[in-house]
Design a protein around this ligand. Sequence first.
Ligand code: ATP
Ligand code: MG
Length: 330
Amino acid sequence: SDAVLEVRNLDVDYGLGDEAVQAVKDVNLTLHRGEVLGLAGESGSGKSTLAYGLTRLLPPPGVIAGGEVIYHAENGETADIMRMTDAELRKFRWAETAIVFQGAMNSLNPVHKISTQMTDVIKAHDPESTPRSRLDRAKEMLSLVGISADRLEAYPHQLSGGMRQRVMIGMALALDPRVVIMDEPTTALDVVIQRQILGQIIELRERLGFSVLFITHDLSLLVEFSDRIAIMYGGRIVEEAPAAEIYRDSLHPYSDGLLHSFPALRGPRRELTGIPGSPPDLRAMPTGCAFHPRCPKAFDPCATNLPVLGIPETHTGQQRTVACWLHPIH
Ligand code: ATP
Ligand code: MG
């Protein structure tokens, strides 16, 4: 297959025993070679927990409660990230994945120049490299993300938020990763800059050939920039489909709600209705479909039975799945 990462039945909890809350539940997700997979959902839906979980960077009290994350290496070998030793994991992280986490732009060290920080990262990754080659690489990566080489001598406070974010992305890409995971790298930035950065990433993806898992609650960005979109609610994936399909014909009422939270990108104006109510409390999850208390289309089974994610009968043969009683699955 052309899978790079396969998340299978992943469960992530915060806390242990009676104290445990399930933040990610039975998630199945495949990141294919060269694609941009968008992950959307309201605040608290479990997006970051999933990203930290699948890279095993989950801070305590987070624990992987079950599942596998299969990584397909370039040479065809596969490994379950959840079962790697610490040494294997370190090697894997440096060599294969780059992660730009939420608020990453604030993690630049204020007392060091950009050049020092970038070349340090490259050196840690490739100790054999020469100072000269590291500096060249840093320059090259900055220019890839649209920052001129003279900014290498700047300190973080001398750069705008958008530039700092691009430095972080450049740093991540300097390691030539196969998988780039970006968790809302643009939240704090204005919309124009968000678009710019995402546009650049897509262009780089084509040139450098990495796969991207892009996480945001801004579905409009994903519709525009990703190949496929997965929607999370209450720790579960509730719908997954090619971006154009979700935009044109979303099946889950929650996806509908998210899509009606921003103005139409093209075509006729859509009514901006948003979603009534608020996301569920993990400590008091609704029975059945977690979305049912907020769902305008809820009916008999929804309050009591959990819908399973599967290919809808009406869309067999298509690469899309949904977990909703309105759509019997194949
Ligand atoms: P956002 O869009 O705000 O970034 P998210 O989709 O990334 O939200 P997560 O941060 O993954 O959501 O949180 C998922 C759930 O796990 C939330 O209900 C959150 O309260 C809970 N959670 C997150 N971190 C912890 C923690 N350290 N301890 C306990 N619960 C946590
Ligand atoms: Mg998050």
